[in-house]
Design a protein. Structure first.
Length: 284
């Protein structure tokens, strides 16, 4: 018996890492299905809700777009200009050394459009609006406002979840586009005194470098990021059961999970994009 127990302990020790990895993958997969279910129910219930709830939804969407997108411009502008200036300054100087200034457009597109704009914008949205939405929904649950909506015949997913996810996606892609433009154009004019980069050369390089596939990757990243951020925020806000003491816990969980999922998704999307490009070059 002791020998069998020893063998069992050894097997458990050897298999423990794979067991933990498998458990984590299963938990994350189940969580993603919960988010998809939340989005689906939000869209489905919104489709059938009419009357006052429909008008109220539009008001919520407008307010959320304003707070998430427009009011974040003050935060996004300096970050975009500084990030763009650093990329352009370093790229122009390094390419000048090797005699490849004409490739600066490709470098800027690769770094700003494909990577920086979607990721930094998602971080801004999480910090400003993800926390706010998670706290707001959690307080609505703690104050029994969700139950009050149900008593009025208004489905909470139609009034609470769907408008915030829809507005979040709209605001995120608009803010990311603004970040991209501010980084590429504002960053250039900041670096003009030091980069010795001709205006026509720079903008011609940008125009030649950017392709449809860059826009596809950019739009995909920003739309999915917006959906992830606000669905996660609503999900954890709705998990509050007992009272207001659970609100900060729900907000913290929403922020942590939103950050981890956004980083993982952006990394996965970039890997798929570059693998596809590599295979495309081999094929053609």
């Amino acid at each position: 018996m002791s020998q069998s127990n020893s063998i069992r302990r050894i097997v458990d020790t050897v298999l423990w890492p794979s067991d933990q990895v498998g458990r984590y993958v299963v938990q994350r997969t189940v969580f993603l299905f919960e988010l998809l279910r939340l989005i689906y129910l939000g869209v489905r219930t919104s489709w059938f809700e009419q009357g006052y709830a429909s008008r109220a939804r539009l008001a919520v969407i407008g307010a959320q777009v304003y707070h998430t997108g427009f009011k974040a411009l003050g935060t996004a502008t300096p970050l975009a200009v500084v990030a763009g200036a650093l990329v352009i300054f370093q790229a122009s100087n390094q390419l000048y050394i090797v005699g490849g200034r004409e490739h600066i457009g490709q470098i800027v597109i690769m770094i700003v459009v494909r990577e920086l704009a979607p990721l930094v914008t998602a971080f801004i949205v999480i910090a400003r609006s993800g926390t706010a939405v998670a706290t707001e929904v959690a307080n609505m649950r703690a104050n029994h406002e969700i139950e009050s909506l149900e008593a009025l015949g208004i489905h909470p997913y139609a009034y609470v979840v769907f408008p915030r996810i829809m507005a979040g996606m709209i605001a995120t892609i608009c803010l990311a586009f603004y970040f991209m433009v501010a980084a590429m154009y504002g960053g250039y004019f900041v670096t003009v005194p030091w980069s010795n980069l001709n205006v026509s050369t720079y903008f011609y390089a940008l125009d030649e470098a950017i392709q449809i596939r860059d826009y596809v990757l950019f739009i995909t990243k920003t739309l999915v990021s917006g959906a992830l951020i606000f669905s996660i925020s609503c999900y954890y806000g709705l998990q509050v059961k007992q009272g207001h003491d659970e609100v900060p816990i729900a907000t913290t969980r929403a922020v942590i999970h939103a950050l981890s999922y956004i980083i993982f998704f952006n990394l996965a999307a970039s890997v798929v994009f570059y693998v596809y490009e590599y295979l495309g070059r081999l094929w053609w």
